[in-house]
Design a protein around this ligand. Structure first.
Ligand code: FES
Length: 85
């Protein structure tokens, strides 16, 4: 299956609270209606799977929506460096 292009879902990261030991499903395709998390269906047919990760500690983090980061799902500031729309 060919892979659909990743969509830019926003220009700003979203601050979320994570709970140690919980699994989270981050949207990698940019199509979720529940950014920054996968909505469970919008990626179907894109060839792109969500990124599942476990929180290592209770924390607040910035999860990116621009889909430009080099450190998914954590924002690395790439959205500030003139990424394309
Ligand atoms: S909706 Fe984007 S990865 Fe699931």
């Amino acid at each position: 299956m060919s892979r659909a292009p990743v969509r830019r879902a926003g220009d700003e990261p979203v601050r979320v609270s994570l709970t140690k030991g919980e699994l989270y499903t981050w949207c990698a395709c940019g199509r979720s209606s529940q950014q920054p998390f996968c909505d469970g269906g919008s990626h179907v047919g894109t060839g792109i799977d969500p990124l599942v990760f476990e929180a290592e500690r209770d924390s607040e983090v910035l999860l990116y929506t621009c889909k430009e980061t080099g450190t998914p799902p954590i924002c690395d500031g790439s959205h500030c460096r003139g990424a394309p729309d």
